[in-house]
Design a protein around this ligand. Structure first.
Ligand code: CO
Length: 338
């Protein structure tokens, strides 16, 4: 059975020295301190993360995909590269560089990879421009953060971007980053364990309550990490909407539950009961294998949890590739040797 992993990250092996080029700092660089391994370092010297060759080398990735039975990876950049904080023109240049790299990998291995671009969300006009270019260079959609410099995705300034995604038929993958409260909970990896699930719920609620999803009914949008804390707290969100419409229903009169059949989610929840709950809540046709490859907080053997759940073949096929093909608007035949 074809398995498509919709949540995987990739970087170019070499990243330009943006600090020298743009004249200010804060950018990620790669320090290849030994063969097959690199430190991701901020240009102020602060360590971000250690990565291995499988983060940039497509052939190495394909070897690991073959070992775990993954047919296709959907590639997206590492969220720390979004660079929404930069001058818009610089952010657009960085996005263009990263997107060209992903498009090159997809072009070289079209049976094994599909691609999502990144766009400079700090400037909606430039974001739409890069979105159009992403489509032209063969990417299936874009990945964006759960907030843009702490602005919520439902803000009116972002609406034209989501409308353009809908009109161009580009899939959207919403990934947590720059987690709320991060500075206040540095210890115990809490930004990743507490902040990330909250970030995803923040993005979903903002897009629902603002009316963005209502006004973009054909938008194909996916939320990472199984929707974060949203599915588990939907009862509270829905109840809040009902008892305080003066606070919740000011921009959209419809219940949050109306949008459950409008959203896709990846399967990365690390808990069989939670995966089953999500599938029962929204249906298998909206849940897709996603592993966060190649990072340690992901699913080490992508798709293993779906497999051990023992779903019947039709549901398993939907989770392994059917929903992903619908979300990306791609065909299974596109990933088969002719
Ligand atoms: Co990820």
């Amino acid at each position: 059975m074809l398995k498509i992993d919709v949540h995987t990250h990739i970087l170019p092996k070499e990243i330009p020295n943006w600090k020298d080029k743009f004249g200010y700092g804060g950018f990620i660089t790669l320090d290849h301190y030994r063969p097959c391994a690199a430190h991701m370092v901020r240009d102020d010297g602060k360590q971000f993360r250690d990565i291995d060759e499988n983060c940039w080398e497509p052939v190495r990735r394909i070897e690991e995909m073959d070992a775990t039975g993954i047919g296709v990876q959907v590639l997206s950049t590492v969220p720390v590269m979004f660079s929404y904080w930069t001058n818009p023109a610089d952010g657009a240049e960085i996005a263009g560089f990263l997107n060209d790299h992903i498009a090159d990998v997809v072009t070289e291995f079209p049976l094994r990879f599909a691609g999502l671009g990144t766009v400079p969300m700090q400037d909606t006009g430039l974001a739409v421009k890069e979105l159009e270019r992403c489509k032209n260079i063969g990417l299936a959609g874009v990945q964006i953060g759960t907030n843009v410099n702490q602005k919520n995705l439902g803000e009116p300034e972002f609406f034209d971007f989501f409308k353009a995604c809908e009109e161009l038929g580009m899939a959207v993958f919403v990934h947590p980053w720059e987690m709320m409260g991060e500075a206040d909970m540095q210890k115990y990896w809490l930004p990743w364990l507490v902040g990330m699930p909250a970030e995803v719920s923040r993005a979903i609620c903002s897009l629902i309550f603002s009316g963005t999803l209502e006004r973009c009914p054909s938008l194909r949008i996916c939320f990472a990490h199984g929707g974060g804390s949203f599915p588990a707290t939907l009862g509270r969100i829905d109840h809040g909407f009902n008892v305080r419409p003066d606070l919740c229903a000011v921009d959209n009169p419809h219940s949050p539950r109306k949008y459950l059949n409008k959203m896709f989610f990846d399967s990365l929840v690390h808990e069989p009961a939670k995966l089953d709950f999500l599938i029962k809540l929204v249906g298998a046709d909206q849940v897709m294998l996603g592993s966060d490859y190649p990072f340690p907080l992901g699913e080490a053997e992508p798709g293993k949890m779906i497999e051990v759940m023992g779903y019947d073949r039709e549901i398993a096929a939907m989770l392994m590739h059917g929903a992903a093909l619908n979300w990306l608007d791609l065909k299974e035949s596109g990933f088969k040797m002719t």
